[in-house]
Design a protein around this ligand. Sequence first.
Ligand SMILES: NC(=O)c1ccc[n+]([C@@H]2O[C@H](COP(=O)([O-])OP(=O)(O)OC[C@H]3O[C@@H](n4cnc5c(N)ncnc54)[C@H](O)[C@@H]3O)[C@@H](O)[C@H]2O)c1
Ligand SMILES: [Zn+2]
Ligand SMILES: [Zn+2]
Length: 336
Amino acid sequence: MKAAVVTSFTAPLEIQEREVPDPGAGEVLVRLETSGLCHTDIHAAHGDWPVKPGLPFVPGHEGVGIVEKVGAGVSSRSVGDRVAIPWLGYACGECRYCIDGRETLCELQHNSGYSVDGAFAEYAVANAKYVVPVPDGVTPLDAAPLTCAGVTTYKALKVAGIKPTERVAVFGVGGLGHLGVQYARIMGGTVIAVDIEAPKLELARELGAEHLVNAAEVDPVAAIQKLGGADVALVLAASPKVFEQAFSSLSRGGRLICVALPADEQMHISIFETVLKGLSIIGSIVGTRQDLTEVFALHAAGRTRIIAEGRRLEQVNEAIDEVLSGKVLARLVFEY
Ligand SMILES: NC(=O)c1ccc[n+]([C@@H]2O[C@H](COP(=O)([O-])OP(=O)(O)OC[C@H]3O[C@@H](n4cnc5c(N)ncnc54)[C@H](O)[C@@H]3O)[C@@H](O)[C@H]2O)c1
Ligand SMILES: [Zn+2]
Ligand SMILES: [Zn+2]
């Protein structure tokens, strides 16, 4: 099989020929149909974060495909099922986080495309319990971005506890943001979209954003405060400056929801403002299997739209450059 492999944090990915893996006990072998390129894959390939993946590794955690073989003891999935391989590749199922509905905080978790090989390959093995069925009515091209960009923004806005009529500022209308705008609307929010690329703001308008702020042209803090401030600021752009702008855009009682993961990971915020304005700063990491099931159900019901363009796996390095240039409207998806 073909796989895109990170062999060094400073070199391009290599397309390698590898043996198709055999599913072990409790695992399934998935023949991939699509795999989305998340900005996290770029951080992973560059070794941007304090905890680095072991080299070499295959990125990819928006994998969608068909179960081709099941390993010993697998009864939950069958050959022929369409499933998604998300970031949460495995969790222990027994710790306090796993059993109280916060499996994404499990300390024993494995992460697809980071701590275990992921979906930038024609085949991948995955834990049968942590793949999520893709319902009929969600195409493989749409299912891929939903598997991380969708579940992450859906969950982040769930933890934000949006009340109808609240103003939700979405900072960064990329792969995650184009779905964030839609979930904020579904949850009853009034959306302020912030980006530095005009075409992304136009897309945000089409997807339901009421207010557009081009942070390359105006100060987003002043523009959002002029609207009354944001009750929720969702940060999806990988820059500490954007976190600080989002924080300063909040109105009293506001919630800063931290999702992007910049390599430069320190932000500078005012304790005085946090206390006096009763602000909350909340980190949110992907979503549970149940969150992803809800994301697929919303899409199957026609409530969300995916903006994605197909690419071949051999184009992985060009695709990364395209995302970094800011010219990709929302998501690139490898099609096998
Ligand atoms: N917490 C999680 O669970 C989780 C999950 C997935 C991705 N992420 C992280 O979220 C981030 C976004 O991922 P993505 O795949 O959507 O990336 P992306 O590159 O598709 O989108 C980023 C967007 O931010 C915009 N942007 C850049 N600078 C900006 C600025 N100064 N102000 C406003 N907007 C700006 C870009 O134009 C782009 O539209 C990455 O850091 C990724 O690692 C986190
Ligand atoms: Zn656990
Ligand atoms: Zn992701």
